[in-house]
Design a protein around this ligand. Sequence first.
Ligand code: GLC
Length: 607
Amino acid sequence: MNNFETRLAACLDELKWLYSELYGETPCFEQLIGRIRQFAASRKPALTALDRAREADPEWYRRSDMLGMMMYTEQFADSLAGIEKRLPYLKELNVRYLHLMPLLKMPKKENDGGYAVSDFRQVDERIGTIDELSHLADVCREQKMSICLDFIVNHTSDEHEWAVRAKKGEKEYQDRYMCYDTREIPDEYEKTVPQVFPNTAPGNFIFCGEMGKYVLSTFNPYQWDMNYKNPVVFNEMACNMLYLANVGIEIFRIDAVPYIWKELGTSCRNLPQVHTIMRMLRIIAKAVCPAVVFKGEVVMAPHEVAPYFGPVDKPECDILYNVTTMVCVWNSLATRDVTLLKWQMDAMDALPPEFTFVNYVRCHDDIGWGLEESAVQYLGSDPLEHKKFLYHFYIGDYPGSFARGELYNYDPVSQDARSCGTCASLCGIEKALDECDPGALGLAVSRHLMIHAYIASLSGIPVIYSGDELAQLNDNRYTDDPVKAVDSRFIHRGKLDWARAEKRLDRETVPGLVFQALQKLIRLRAENPVFNAGARERTLDSGDKAVLAFRREGGGQTLTAVYNFSEFPKHVQPVQGGRCRDLLTGRDYADGAFEIGAYQALWLLKA
Ligand code: GLC
């Protein structure tokens, strides 16, 4: 038996069991297996070699030299060909996985930044071709860089062939979505299903005049939810994933995972069947293309995220976003209080060490203020009032705020809102520059660097949002484009400013200072095995609520990381457990209490 058949045989029973749990006895299962076999047979030698290498080294993405960068192809380098030319720039930062945001065929105008896919097997013509994507993946692989692509599993665009045929009245294609003749069932759903974009896209259904039916569109009106109760949908999407894996995609960012199964009378989030589907996709991927890993986008309440790893012996996602830690970082900067962040770290440290998280401070989306409400209450704040404080703070509308951001999806009924802006603008760099305030600028740059040092010291994979390595500011030009103007997330989706990038060698400039500091963090992280995922980690009591301290032990090293989330120098009680050297400054620290500067980060390696 070849490798694929051996792998398939080991999981076929489980796959069949799960499939029949959702779909009963159906010929669709055998059809799926037949198609999987074809994808396995057509996987090219370079990729099967990678499969073998990764099967022998399953920790490949958990080592301290792993670093991700996420970007929109067209904003970074116009096209896929442009990315290839810019690879040397990414090498300067030692980027090992490159997350290219949606680039598959999408509607020309409204497309939710590409999250509305019109064809899962074609690259959007403005960005390149599928052959160019395959070529780029080959070039990157030779340079030990993996390409990560979004796999948008919940919906298609309303220009996808299925939607087009559904509109023309073909029942077979209408059955791939959730279409209703009257408002009766949609109204029932609306009673229990929350809204994702209450302001920019209210309601969960649209009326499609052409078809004369109501269609479920949880996100935007042109993003139609697929009907996973139909096994054909599952089969087609599994095959689309394998197709892209054979093009050379090594990491799939599975978009909006919790939403894919719907049941009347529920919130249509996190239903058990979602886990069945994720487990089946995972089994299929590991049989055909074991080099591939899944990164799940689960932006949910803290306790709802970890279940998407699945049980250790029946895993679903390999990697998940550490969304709550990201939110706690911004909360700590606004409050100058790390209590919630420390509790979040304690919760993370209690999870099995096999779990891998992506750690990040910014991405292409808004910051949703999803803090654990009971914890906020425990600290004496009302959760809604605290949320209001945060979103006001990050639009600069609060005394002492340093931030320049935008509101996102303010809901006048619930008073919920989220925040947008680039890391640099939210950290105060934009305001300090506008006000020509060198003192404030110094603090803002330190803030930006301190939170990057923090994410670089956590277990998992640090991911930088393209532009943040140069402290790029908000780009307000999106308001000139009527399609984008309604969506303030575009404020932090500007084009990479290559003139700014030219300054990266000059430490007298903000981009130069930030770029070189990040380079150093990345290098130090890669050189020290204490940063490997799986090292033991525990928080410490620094004696000051603005100072976060924690210890990592692994790879024969002991490191105490300390971060001051305030603009005041602080006195820290002895946490380092002996003589240390700060990897960041090279300074020696004796055992005992010590001072930490405003927004300073310390990586204290035990001597
Ligand atoms: C994910 C994306 C977001 C998009 C949504 C709908 O949450 O990150 O940008 O709007 O999915 O596809």
